[in-house]
Write a protein that binds this ligand. Structure first.
Ligand code: R5P
Length: 296
């Protein structure tokens, strides 16, 4: 396996190492240095010519810094003759995969161009916001599902009795429905609308069968917490006995966790695409299994 190596980027050191160990691959010897003014330097004297290098680097905040570290490493290694696969567990800008307002940039398209010109040959991410976003990449791009891993977590740790699984919006409903099916729970979806200018979230719904029930809300991303808070308030108003929130990518911006706690959400958990206290569901095996299926 000496022709394949893994470089865990600074944003995904533990996850990158876990992926490498899962695949039985060595780590690239490299250094990312951040200068006092914020500039990044990448150095590696590893011989990578003719080798395949998997760079694991999530792009949670500080998003542009993490993205640039990925681009820099990919550029340098591909210049040395490596074939680069970027594993970007949380792919920032995936929500900007089309112009929603007149004149708005399709930022994910720009990310795709940047990756290509930095030598990325292949991309794997985890639960991209919308699979349509993959078509903006002019090289093979894949989204690995964290759903089976999240179901395993729910079975082992949440101990809910006869729960109802809820998708807070239409966009994420396929993912959440798949979760509910595997978890063996009833599935319901809410209809979210977000003011594109103010960002304010509203939920549209009829009567929901959640009275005295334990509710698990699953979304791909928790950023400001506005979506989960609105969903939690909706089901609590309709008599739910308990609300738990699971997500793939827990960004937990600002006081989002406090907001969710105030809204009565008992547990909030995400995966280690975004490391931290709440990023407890380990997706390294799901990523490694996917990488094993890819041909050179
Ligand atoms: C949007 O459609 C996503 O699926 C999430 O619902 C959204 O990004 C969550 O953001 P926030 O936590 O800021 O409401």
């Amino acid at each position: 396996m000496g022709d394949k190596l893994v470089l865990p980027g600074p944003a995904s050191e533990d996850l990158g190492k876990a992926v490498a160990s899962n695949l039985g691959l060595e780590i690239v010897a490299a250094e990312f240095k951040v200068f006092p003014d914020g500039e990044t330097r990448f150095t590696s004297d590893q011989k990578v010519s003719g080798k395949s290098v998997i760079i694991v680097q999530s792009t949670y905040p500080p998003i542009d810094q993490h993205l640039f570290q990925l681009l820099l490493a990919s550029h340098c290694l591909s210049q040395e003759g490596a074939r680069v696969t970027a594993v970007v567990p949380y792919l920032a800008y995936a929500r900007q995969d089309k112009a929603f307002l007149p004149g708005e940039g399709v930022t994910l398209g720009v990310v795709s161009h940047l990756m290509r010109s930095a030598g990325v040959r292949r991309l794997a991410t985890v639960d991209i916001h919308s699979v349509e976003g993959l078509s903006l990449f002019s090289f093979p791009a894949y989204s690995v599902s964290a759903v089976p891993t999240l179901v395993g977590y729910a079975n082992d740790h949440l101990k809910l009795s006869d729960p109802v699984v809820i998708s807070p919006d239409f966009g994420g409903s396929k993912r959440t429905e798949a979760f509910a099916a595997l978890y063996g729970a009833k599935f319901l979806k809410l209809e979210k609308s977000r003011d594109r200018v103010s960002g304010e979230v509203r939920m549209k719904h009829g009567t929901l069968d959640v009275k005295r029930k334990e509710v698990l809300i699953l979304d791909d991303i928790i950023s400001t917490g506005g979506t989960i808070r609105a969903a939690a308030e909706t089901v609590m108003d309709q008599g739910a006995s308990k609300v738990i929130a699971l997500c793939v990518h827990g960004l937990f911006v600002g006081d989002s966790l406090r907001k969710l706690e105030k809204a009565g959400v008992k547990t909030v958990v995400g995966t280690n695409t975004v490391p931290g206290e709440r990023g407890v569901v380990d997706v390294s095996e799901a990523i490694a299994s996917h990488l094993k299926t890819l041909e050179e």
